[in-house]
Design a protein around this ligand. Sequence first.
Ligand code: FIX
Ligand code: ZN
Length: 416
Amino acid sequence: MKIRDRKGLGKALDRALATVEVSDIHTHLYSPCFGDLLAWGVDEMLTYHYLIAEFFRATELPYEKYWAMTKTQQADAIWKALFVDRTPISESCRGVLTALERLGLDPGKRDLAGYRKWYAKQSAEKHIDRVFELAGVKNCVMTNDPFDDAERPVWLKGAKLDPRFIPALRIDPVLLSWEKSFPRLAEWGYQVTRDLSARTLDEVRRFFREWAVKTKGLYVGVSLPPTFEAPEQSDTGTILEKAVLPVCEELGLPLAMMIGVKRRVNPQLRMAGDGVGLARIEPVEYLCAKFPKNRFMLTMLQRENQHAACVATRKFRNLHLFGCWWFVNNPSLIDEITRERLELLGTGFTAQHSDARVLDQVLYKWAHSRKVIGAALLDKYADLLDTGWTIEDSELKRDVDALFGGEFHAFLTRRL
Ligand code: FIX
Ligand code: ZN
């Protein structure tokens, strides 16, 4: 059906956005076979690390007192400080309310005890079905780290995955802290030493290969500091070029580079204590040019890096740009970044990922992003109509599908 004006456009776009089945390409969710690693429920949402950082600025409670509390006590304290004593206007606070509302609970009641009662009656399996359906998400990609002592045994026993949860192999420990990681590899039977000899690199490749095969990861991922450099004469540089990329090429797996995180700028906040810094784009350009047979994915954390990331993506067909990550996953920045990307890349990128750590968060992260991305698209299509171009609603649906996961899945198999 041909779309003729902005009103028709709005309606067709709403339909496309309401029916698109999202593939959420980076999360920290787990298939139910990982047991308690799959976090869900109101207390988990309230104690999300985004909220912990906000909480500590709104309270005089000493850090260690908070960390000594039970999860319920922590959630109580956060609820009081951020939702009762203050207005929950921040994006992370608003997110909790959107999630509750989507589940049919009434945020206006401010009834934490009532929400808890409701959650206590839900089973994990049914809740997963409900959340995926309400969020319009068909699958999500996990973050699977063989160095995680809670996760590793599940893989070793043979994980029986719910097919909606797709694995991705996370490699931060080996790539970024070889000195600390090599003894563990040795403990697990790999013939490695501190120095990155030919024999050791062979074994590091074996480690990556075996875990990529065991997990059947869709890609290999790492979060990198703003100081990330390539080429670089360092353990990281050597492992990247001599072990990670050769195995990725051999197995046809992209390397997802998430660049810009400064870990633990305030260690007292633990996991909530990471910050952001401006990174250089040259390492990305170098890697894409030097390894044309490898696929790379890229997301950058600092706002000022977004433009360079778009320009680099224009230059390399082996590079896929994705998501508005963490500190740029806010409506004002998603709006700006999405428009910038549409203008520079057309529909050749993935507009968003949730990074959800708690299942219920996919409800708000996708609801909020859909709205902002939809508004950006509406303006862009209206500009096209102004030229006299015509648009079919099937084309609009095709574009929305591409931006919400389709383009990424096509990138995985597109000939380079
Ligand atoms: O490195 C990552 O994958 C980050 O997304 C996380 O470590 C971070 O803690 C997070 O949850 C951001 O949304
Ligand atoms: Zn993440």
